[in-house]
Design a binder for this molecule. Structure first.
Ligand code: ADP
Ligand code: MG
Length: 663
């Protein structure tokens, strides 16, 4: 279909702006876009289980081949709805079939420093826990994956191999939007965070190192019982929460360039996807279902946003999706196993699970290798004496020039597609964070007097280019410093020439610098509210000598009330200038009003209320007219301060022609 091309393009763009895209710069292969890896979707149909089948119960779902199935169409019984997935596992399929067919192939990515996740989705009772956990007789994905992974890491991390490997496990559940540590249940609700490289992490989550399957069982079984105890108490709590087993594979290179990688495997038994409205849940059950359905609903929205290439993917709208941010449309190799049941009573939930699964298979992830460099002196991995000696001995054996160009005797890791950070990789194609680390490593080696591996065997030419850039930057900084000094000297000279200026500013003040900083962002203009009358007056007589706002000046001049002693106040930006004639005019108007105005007239003045107006009128009747506005101070109940503030408040308005004369 034509529409398929842009839709795919949009999806790829969405994958790029989501986790994978954001991390590109700090990941290996920064120059190249990681190849896409579609979320793989498998559907598993469980058999009728004891007691669930009625006498004449026939399945409502039927497998067609190893990838497709059909389900009766409830709108039209003559028809069936057909679905195609990456794999379909029928009721006869074994735990081994599912594991070997869909899960085992993604485990190897963990050793390449990439993430992987397996999610079991479907309504309660459809077989999610059976698929993920299974039983002692029929172990599921989790024990099988752990067994294989531990075996793999033992082999790959054996002495003499280039990488030292360690495995840790964490186990948590998301219950009612709370992240609970099942290995340390007392920790309470934990927060989910994202580091600067876009990796999702949970600070405070218990991580247990495991080296054998027995180790794993030792931690996992009691933690699962924690969950089971909860289930008995809260009646099926386990199907109300999302259980997340996180297995981390940490790799540290034993020899230079001492890379380190981390691969995360999420094994997730999701809560039941059944429709809350049909289950008749009430009270706590309803609240739980609400929370579960919220996160599963958001999961659906995330999938849709990724499919439609929307710029915002709502990962943060629920704990589950936040946690899965680097598993869906992000950096992981993901597999979704949709579990469905054959019984007719599951019909609607089965259709909705299949629809969700069909939408999910359109999501494209971009897995990348999560690799960085470890400083050899700080490397916390426990290495044997021999391993610790290895790099330094190798270093001593090599000449400095030889190391800059090649390191033929180094037992480097066998080349694989995932090892994209070759020591000879072009610096220009590396991301800045990596370069920064290289430089600091180089400096560190230099400070330790080491002659070996400058810039980790980077070819000399590229190292020179880098050094040149650094040199240029240093020169530029020097130039800027000189310029600043020049400016400072200029200002000091100006101040010496203008002693008035000097009075206001201490010579120790670095004004040029301060001014420079201020010019970066424009100084805030002070809002000055002009009296309306003044604006009108200005408009009416543009030549009048009223300057209310003048941007140029740094000082604000306020004429004192008797217009003879100008009062200066430091003020940024604006200047207020009023002509003495205008002020005299204002004073006269106030005086007229005081002498002739009624109490009502006086109340139209600012700061004069009913009481003060009556006091003024009373004083006038007793003592005759005011000879000057300052006489107001003689009125009993009006202080000198009040008189001044009264004048300040009214003089401008009246000077500019406020029409409140005696009525
Ligand atoms: P869910 O976790 O989705 O709620 P369960 O895994 O608890 O469902 O499965 C419900 C019941 O069905 C359990 O008794 C389980 O043993 C059984 N069951 C599920 N899948 C299978 C299967 N493929 N083969 C046999 N029994 C199964
Ligand atoms: Mg379950």
């Amino acid at each position: 279909m034509d529409a398929g091309v842009p839709a795919r393009r949009r999806r790829e763009m969405a994958a790029a702006v989501s986790g994978a895209g954001r991390c590109r710069l700090s990941k290996v292969g920064a120059g190249r876009r990681p190849p896409p890896a579609r979320v793989r979707v498998a559907v598993r149909l469980r058999p009728f289980v004891d007691g669930t089948a009625g006498e004449n119960d026939t399945p409502c779902v039927r497998g067609l081949d190893s990838c497709s199935l059909e389900i009766a169409n409830w709108r039209n019984h003559q028809e069936t709805l057909k679905y195609q997935f990456d794999a379909f596992y029928g009721e006869r399929s074994s735990q081994q079939d599912i594991y070997a067919g869909s899960v085992q192939p993604i485990l190897r990515h963990l050793l390449e420093g990439q993430n992987a996740s397996v999610l079991a989705y479907g309504p309660t009772g459809a077989g999610k826990t059976h698929t993920m956990l299974g039983s002692p007789e029929q172990p599921g994905v989790i024990p099988r994956a752990l067994m294989d992974l531990l075996q793999l890491t033992r082999e790959e991390g054996a002495e003499g191999r280039p990488w030292a490997l360690s495995v840790t496990m964490s186990y948590l559940e998301i219950y009612q939007e709370k992240v609970l540590d099942l290995l340390e249940p007392s920790s309470g609700d934990l927060v989910i965070r994202e580091d600067c490289r876009g990796n999702i992490l949970i600070p405070g989550l218990t991580q247990k190192p495991i080296t054998s399957f027995a180790d794993f069982e030792r931690h996992f079984l009691p933690a699962s019982r924690n969950r089971t105890v909860g289930a008995t108490r809260l009646n099926q709590r386990s199907s109300r929460s999302h259980a997340v087993l996180l297995v981390k594979v940490d790799q540290r290179e034993r020899l230079a360039p001492f890379r380190q990688r981390e691969g995360k495997l999420y094994l997730i038994d999701l809560a039941g996807s059944e429709d809350n409205r049909r289950t008749g849940n009430k009270g706590l059950r309803l609240k739980e279902s609400g929370a579960i359905n919220t996160s599963l609903f958001v999961l659906g929205k995330v999938v849709d946003a990724l499919n439609q290439g929307l710029p915002r993917v709502p990962y943060r709208d629920s704990k589950l999706t936040r946690l899965l941010q680097d598993s869906l449309g992000g950096s992981a190799h993901s597999i979704l196993i949709a579990n469905i049941a054959p019984e007719r009573r599951f019909y609607l939930d089965t259709v909705s699970a299949l629809n969700f699964a069909a939408r999910s298979k359109e999501v494209i992830n971009r897995p990348f290798t999560n690799e960085s460099l470890q400083l050899p002196v700080l490397a916390p991995v426990k290495l044997s004496q021999k391993e610790l000696l290895g790099p330094s001995e190798a270093k001593r054996a090599r000449g400095p020039e030889e190391e800059e160009t090649r390191s033929p005797k180094l037992p480097v890791a066998p080349a694989s597609a995932s090892q994209k950070l070759s020591p000879l990789q072009k610096l220009s194609s590396m991301d800045p964070a990596m370069l920064e680390r290289l430089l600091s490593l180089d400096r560190l080696l230099g400070s330790q007097g080491s002659q070996g591996t400058p810039l980790l065997s980077t070819p000399k030419r590229e190292r020179m280019v880098l050094m040149k850039t650094v040199e240029e930057k240093d020169l530029e900084i020097e130039r800027l410093k000189m310029k600043q000094k020049e400016l400072e000297a200029k200002v000091l000279a100006q101040e010496a020439a203008d002693p008035k200026e000097k009075e206001n500013y201490s010579p120790t003040m670095l004004r040029p610098l301060a001014r420079r900083i201020v010019t970066v962002a424009k100084p805030l203009k002070k809002a000055v509210v002009m009296p309306l009358q003044l604006i009108q007056e200005q408009a009416a007589s543009p030549n009048a000598e009223i300057h209310i706002l003048k941007k140029k000046s740094r000082k604000r001049k306020l004429e004192s009330l008797d217009a003879s002693q100008p009062e200066e106040k430091a003020e940024d930006g604006w200047e207020l200038q009023i002509s003495p004639e205008l002020l005299a005019h204002g004073r006269q108007k106030i005086l007229d009003l005081l002498n002739e105005g009624s109490a009502r007239d006086l109340r139209s003045l600012q700061r004069i209320g009913q009481k003060k107006a009556q006091l003024i009128v009373g004083w006038r009747e007793l003592h005759g007219p005011f000879s000057q506005v300052e006489d107001l101070e003689r009125v009993e109940g009006i202080s000198g301060k009040q008189m001044e503030s009264f004048l300040k408040a009214n003089i401008l308005g009246l000077a500019a022609g406020q029409g409140c004369g005696p009525s």
